[in-house]
Design a protein around this ligand. Structure first.
Ligand code: SAH
Ligand code: SF4
Length: 411
């Protein structure tokens, strides 16, 4: 990858915090408009001495027609387009690997910095639904994750850094664009119907960037998604769940994975800070007291099925007790093994009988279909492989450079 990409994204990151920065930047360092929320974009135009409605116009070109070249924005004057070209750019993160599976699953690995440890992945999973074809995009929010859940390959990488808004929205932009590349600009449509913040990282530990990105997802000048179709998944950062209630109305999923504190401390270590009682209380506060329109009528409970660890009948009974006062839907996730994982996947029979116990107790309980296995689309695993390849390529480059150096020194 070119160093230019790295330099630009580092600058964009800083500028997103302060959209007025471009006037202070050197001419080569352009501000990336891709991730800006509408208020940030309006401020950007106002700081340029332009009307703020330009924000909506540019956002539509970017997010609805997937245009990255200002010259193609025909309802914007030539003079303003020239001005924009000098100080701004529209740039999605660099795709280093993409793979489209036979079953329709699509997967991208993006490079968001130097080296093998700066890769994030995004997965798109299509499914027939009674309302039509759903295309659900699983978006990453951080490079790695600090929370170190014992069954999660992202956690094993440790935390590298937060993604900025351009890198988060860039994933949605790229997935939509992948269906429209060959379509004439004015006939382009938005193809992704649902977003789940369930990729790499803990979204509530990158709160501001994730919040602004979700606002762009809901914004009619951008992706215009229904709030019920944007879901944030968290392992349980309790204060931030309360903050979300004030800031945005989207669906919430909780990575529960264990029905008692002792086991959850082991599987999801953040439980030591925010134990189950606090987590369930926060979920109850999240449930909206008003109206039918809200996306907050229930929370989704995610539960990864680990063979012999959390899949006993008594665990199902404990779940029933734990969730009895929480409007919830339960999603059982067959564990996706990864190299050196200390767990195995529960058997199909075990998962089905766990589901039956919960359904018999009156819960809506589904089993997540594992999709895209042929391209390792399942949760944080392709990054591992691409990172290995990148590391090998880096080592190989170093070896070649060293050899050349020896040859040069020998004359
Ligand atoms: N950090 C957030 C969101 C990203 S993880 C969270 O934990 O909710 C998205 C989901 O994938 C979580 O429910 C997580 O527990 C689950 N997951 C992680 N590793 C998994 C694995 N190896 N197999 C199955 N599900 C996994
Ligand atoms: Fe982080 Fe979520 Fe993985 Fe836990 S499951 S380590 S919170 S990404």
């Amino acid at each position: 990858m070119s160093t230019e990409v790295v330099a630009t994204s580092a600058v964009s990151d800083a500028q997103q915090q302060s959209p007025s920065a471009p006037t202070q930047q050197k001419s080569v360092e352009k501000v990336n408009l891709l991730g800006m929320s509408r208020p940030q974009m309006e401020k950007f135009f106002e700081d340029m001495g332009e009307k703020k409605f330009r924000a909506g116009q540019v956002m539509k070109w970017m997010h609805q027609f997937f245009v990255t070249d200002f010259a193609e924005m025909t309802n914007i004057s030539g003079k303003l387009r020239e001005k924009l070209e000098k100080i701004a750019e529209i740039k999605a993160p660099e795709v280093v690997h993409k793979n489209y599976s036979k079953d329709g699953t699509r997967k991208w690995v993006f490079r968001v910095g130097e080296g093998a440890g700066s890769l994030v992945e995004t997965v798109l999973i299509p499914a027939e639904h009674r309302s039509g074809l759903r295309r659900t995009l699983c978006i990453s929010s951080q490079v790695g994750c600090a929370l170190d859940c014992s069954f999660c390959s992202t956690g094993k990488q440790g935390f590298q850094r937060d993604l900025n808004q351009a890198e988060i929205i860039g994933q949605l932009w790229m997935a939509n664009y992948s269906y429209m590349e060959d379509v004439p600009v004015l006939e382009r449509e938005r193809s992704v119907t649902n977003v789940v913040m369930m990729g790499m990282g803990e979204p509530l530990l990158n709160y501001d960037a994730v919040l602004n990105s979700m606002r762009t997802m809901l914004d009619d000048f951008a992706y215009g998604m229904s709030k019920r179709r944007v879901t944030l998944s968290t392992s349980g950062v309790v204060p931030k769940i309360d903050q979300m209630v004030k800031d945005i109305d989207v669906a919430l999923a909780i990575s529960l994975h264990a029905p008692n504190d002792e086991l959850r401390n082991e599987l999801v270590p953040i439980n030591k800070k925010y134990p189950l009682e606090q987590l369930i209380a926060a979920c109850q506060r999240y449930i909206a007291k008003d109206g039918n329109e809200s996306s907050r009528k229930h929370v989704t409970i995610e539960y990864v099925m680990l063979d012999g660890v959390n899949d006993h009948p008594e665990h199902a009974q404990q779940m029933i007790k734990l969730l009895k006062n929480l409007p919830s839907k339960i999603n059982l996730i067959p564990f996706n093994p990864f190299p050196h994982a200390p767990y195995g996947r529960s058997s199909r029979n075990r998962i089905i009988s766990f589901q039956k116990t919960l359904s018999d107790a009156g819960f809506v309980c589904t089993i997540r279909q594992t999709r895209g296995d042929d391209i390792d689309a399942a949760c944080g695993q392709l990054v591992g492989q691409v990172a290995d390849r990148t590391r090998r390529a880096e080592q190989w480059k170093k070896k070649v450079a060293a050899k050349n150096e020896i040859l040069r020194s020998q004359g």
